[in-house]
Ligand binder design. Structure first.
Ligand SMILES: NC(=O)c1ccc[n+]([C@@H]2O[C@H](COP(=O)([O-])OP(=O)(O)OC[C@H]3O[C@@H](n4cnc5c(N)ncnc54)[C@H](OP(=O)(O)O)[C@@H]3O)[C@@H](O)[C@H]2O)c1
Ligand SMILES: *[C@@H]1O[C@H](CO)[C@@H](O)[C@H](O)[C@H]1NC(C)=O
Ligand SMILES: *[C@@H]1O[C@H](CO)[C@@H](O)[C@H](O)[C@H]1NC(C)=O
Length: 305
């Protein structure tokens, strides 16, 4: 028995050494002085990403529609007593992903100020709650425009620049709902699945061009996402859902995003065990997944009527 344990311990040493050396040798990238463009930087996860990357020495370009909120984020960064204020490292850019056709001009304007974009964090997004067959087409259209089309347009323009300089890193903020879809989130889940699929195709296409593609699929995060989400008629949901209120702290998720950039991680599913299990179930035992979702839909039927 002792001999057995002894052999086991000895056998583990090379494995442990291998794992440790891989960890140490891995070129952890620094984001100091890197130019990071963050969409949806006026609140929630985007705002926390702005803080985390700024604290780590990056030049941050903060994009969103609400200029006043971007100003507030800038001021809170400059007021942070822990770091010496460096206003040159914060650039604000108003941008509406729902309006197509002008994002390339905006990207060129940003590059003319910063001379480059090293990292793009596609974080802006809207969510939705409603009964699919009662939902106005314009609501689907809005979700797809903000979460997919606008993001594709912006990314394509930034990518052209990255391909020319043969380097760059793109992080797409998807969701667990980019992997599985739950009832009463049809438009949101569809948009996040599209984003996820697009990223997987793109990752392969640009892998030989020195460009990294990361996708993070988080579970609930404690932000205003549910408050800001739209209903079947396009109105603001305006409710802080219990699930969202109990979600992960956005700062924690922002730190995971930073580590994904530093360690060049391609995909992180940041979710509790039962969410991961659901993702596996959907892949290996779909009929069981469908049955569970049917029950969930029935249970929640009256919540979205
Ligand atoms: N919270 C969660 O539970 C959760 C879970 C998984 C994934 N996510 C994802 O995390 C990302 C960030 O969301 P959040 O939770 O931080 O929610 P949030 O607080 O509502 O933030 C959404 C951000 O997107 C921006 N945005 C919305 N519509 C836009 C448009 N048309 N053009 C440009 N920017 C727009 C908003 O800025 P303006 O209003 O100023 O434009 C805001 O900064 C989203 O992609 C979301 O899907 C969230
Ligand atoms: C992120 O998603 C957007 C929208 O689907 C897409 O345009 C972009 O290419 C994706 N980025 C990467 C790096 O895959
Ligand atoms: C949600 O929005 C309200 C009003 O804009 C703001 O006071 C609050 O801090 C926001 N909460 C989060 C978690 O971002």
């Amino acid at each position: 028995m002792e001999l057995y344990i002894g052999t086991l311990v000895i056998a583990c040493i090379p494995v442990a050494l291998f794992l440790i050396s891989r960890r140490l040798l891995k070129s952890v990238k620094s984001v100091k002085d890197k130019v990071v463009l963050i969409t949806g930087a006026s609140s929630g996860l985007g705002e926390e990403c702005a803080k985390v990357f700024y604290e780590n020495g990056a030049v941050i370009v903060l994009c969103a529609r609400r200029k006043a909120e971007l100003e507030r984020v800038r001021q809170s960064l400059l007021d942070n007593p822990k770091i010496t204020a460096d206003p040159k490292r914060i650039i604000l850019q108003e941008l509406d992903l729902e309006k197509s056709g002008y994002l390339n001009t905006i990207v060129q304007r940003i590059i003319s100020k910063t001379s480059t974009i090293d990292i793009l964090i596609n974080n802006a997004g809207v969510s939705y709650r409603g009964v699919a067959h009662e939902t106005e087409l314009s609501v689907f259209s809005k979700l797809l425009k903000v979460n997919v089309l606008g993001t594709v347009e912006l990314t394509t323009s930034v990518l052209q620049h990255m391909i020319e300089k043969e380097s760059g890193h793109i992080v797409n903020v998807s969701s667990v709902q980019g992997k599985i879809a739950i009832p009463y989130r049809s438009a949101y889940a569809a948009s996040k699945h599209a984003l996820h699929a697009y990223s997987d195709s793109l990752r392969a296409e640009v892998s030989s061009k020195g460009i990294q593609v990361s996708v993070i699929a988080p579970a609930y995060i404690r932000t205003n996402l549910s408050v800001n989400s739209v209903t079947s008629s396009g109105e603001k949901h305006a409710v802080m859902d219990a699930t969202t209120a109990k979600g992960m702290h956005p700062r924690y998720v922002a730190q995971v995003i930073l580590s994904m950039v530093k360690d060049e991680k391609r995909e992180v599913i940041l979710a509790p065990f039962h969410h991961r299990l659901a993702i596996i179930l959907r892949a290996v035992y779909p009929s069981m997944y469908f049955r569970i979702m049917n029950m969930r839909a029935t249970k929640e039927e009256n919540s979205y009527a």
